[in-house]
Design a protein around this ligand. Structure first.
Ligand SMILES: [Zn+2]
Length: 371
C-alpha cells in the first residue's frame, strides 16, 4: 500500500479518527476529543509505513503548527484501505434505505416466502440470522408454529429487541371489539397501510401473532412500499418528488389520546434514496398549504394510492394459528380482507424497533464469526 491513502484523506477526518488511547477511550472505544480540541487546520508532518502485530500500520506525525499538535497517530493499513475516501467504498447506507433492500412484487416471492419454524428459529443461530436478515432485506419474515399462548407475541419481540409500549398497551388485540377505537378492531376490510403514522417516532417493527383464524375471510396481504415508491419515481417522477416534499399531518384521537405527527408519505435519506413510507388513509389529517401545493399533493397521493392497489404488487396469504408475522412498518404496507364478525379471528400484535433488530443481528453474526 502506498501513502496515497494518507494523502487522499482530508487531514481533519484523519486526525478525528486517530485510534490512540489519548483520542479514544481504550475501554469503550468512544472518542475523547471534541472537534474544538483539534487544531483548526491539522496537517500531516510525516507519514511512514511500519510493521505491526496485526499487519502494517501507517504512522502519522502531525505537524506542530501551534500547540497542542505534534501528536503521533497509528492507523492500521487495512482500516485505511477500507475507509479512506479514495478507497472502494462510497457513502454507506444505514441498512434502512432502498440501497440495502431487495424490492419485490408478489410473484417474486412465489415459492420462497421468508419463513422459519419457531423451534428452528429459537434453536439454531444460522436460522435466526437468516430470519432477521429477511426482515432487513425483504421487509418481513413469517415464523411458524409459535405457541398459541396469550402474550406470546411479546416473547417473540424479545428474541430480537424491545417491545414498544404505546397507548394501545404492551400488545394490542386484533379482534372484534364491542366499542372499537380503531377500524382494525372490527370485521371491516383494511386496505394496505402502515401502522401508527401519527406517532413520532413511528414504530419501525410490527408483529402480528395469529391465535385463531376460523372466520370466513380475514386473509392477509403485504405490499412492498419501497417497490411501489420506486415505480412511482419511474412512472411519475414529479409526483414522487411531491410526496417526498409535502409534510402530511397524521392524527389519532380517542377519549384518552391525541397523537399527531407530520411527515411526508415518502421519506428519502440525504442522498435521495427511499427510506420510509407512511401511508394510512384512516389517519391522514387535514393538510394545510397553498392551493397549488394541495392540488399537487392530492394528484400525487392518488397516483401512489392507485399504484399500491395495482394487481401483482400485493402478496396475499392466510395466517394460520401459530403464525407470527414480523415486518418492517416503515416499508411494508399490510392489509386484510373483511371477515365475519361472528367467526373466531384473534391476533395479538406488538411493536418493536429496527435498531434493536439490527443490533441483535450484528451480534449474532459477530458470535457466529467468533465460533
Ligand atoms: Zn491520538
Amino acid at each position: 500500500m502506498s501513502s496515497t491513502a494518507i494523502s487522499d484523506s482530508p487531514a481533519p477526518w484523519l486526525r478525528d479518527n486517530c485510534p490512540c488511547g489519548e483520542c479514544r477511550d481504550p475501554r469503550t472505544g468512544q472518542k475523547l476529543l471534541r472537534i474544538t480540541d483539534l487544531p483548526d487546520r491539522p496537517a500531516v508532518g510525516s507519514a511512514r509505513e511500519l510493521p505491526g502485530d496485526d499487519g502494517p500500520v501507517w504512522e502519522v506525525v502531525w505537524e506542530v503548527v501551534w500547540e497542542p499538535d505534534g501528536h503521533r497517530s497509528r492507523y492500521p493499513a487495512a482500516w485505511l484501505a477500507a475507509h479512506c475516501p479514495g478507497g472502494p467504498h462510497g457513502p454507506r447506507g444505514d441498512g434502512r434505505t432502498e440501497a440495502d433492500k431487495e424490492l419485490w412484487a408478489a410473484g417474486d416471492l412465489t415459492g420462497r416466502l421468508p419463513g422459519a419454524s419457531w423451534e428452528a428459529y429459537t434453536g439454531d443461530r444460522a436460522v435466526r440470522i437468516r430470519a432477521l436478515e429477511s426482515v432487513r432485506r425483504l421487509g418481513f419474515v413469517l415464523l411458524r408454529d409459535v405457541p398459541c399462548r396469550d402474550r406470546m407475541v411479546l416473547d417473540v419481540a424479545e428474541t430480537f429487541g424491545f417491545v414498544r409500549r404505546t397507548n394501545y398497551g404492551e400488545l394490542f388485540e386484533v379482534r372484534v371489539e364491542a366499542d372499537p377505537n380503531n377500524l382494525a378492531f372490527t370485521g371491516a376490510p383494511i386496505d394496505p397501510h402502515t401502522d401508527n403514522p401519527y406517532r413520532d417516532p413511528v414504530p419501525t417493527v410490527q408483529l402480528l401473532h395469529c391465535l385463531r383464524n376460523e372466520a370466513a375471510g380475514g386473509d392477509s396481504g403485504l405490499v412492498d412500499g419501497f417497490h411501489a415508491a420506486a415505480l412511482l419515481r419511474r412512472e411519475a417522477p414529479e409526483a414522487f418528488d411531491v410526496l417526498t416534499r409535502v409534510p402530511v399531518e397524521f392524527a389519532f384521537t380517542d377519549a384518552r389520546t391525541e397523537l399527531r405527527a407530520q411527515r411526508p408519505l415518502i421519506d428519502v435519506d440525504p442522498l435521495g434514496r427511499i427510506r420510509e413510507i407512511r401511508y394510512n388513509n384512516r389517519s391522514l389529517g387535514t393538510l394545510h398549504g397553498s392551493a397549488r401545493v394541495l392540488e399537487e399533493f392530492y394528484a400525487a397521493y392518488r397516483l401512489f394510492g392507485e399504484l399500491l392497489l395495482r394487481p401483482g404488487l400485493r402478496l396475499d396469504f392466510r395466517l394460520a394459528p401459530g403464525d407470527c408475522l414480523v415486518f418492517d412498518n416503515t416499508r411494508l404496507l399490510h392489509a386484510r380482507t373483511a371477515f365475519a364478525e361472528v367467526g373466531g379471528r384473534h391476533l395479538q400484535g406488538a411493536y418493536a424497533d429496527l435498531d434493536g433488530l439490527g443490533s441483535t443481528l450484528a451480534v449474532l453474526r459477530r458470535e457466529g464469526a467468533a465460533a
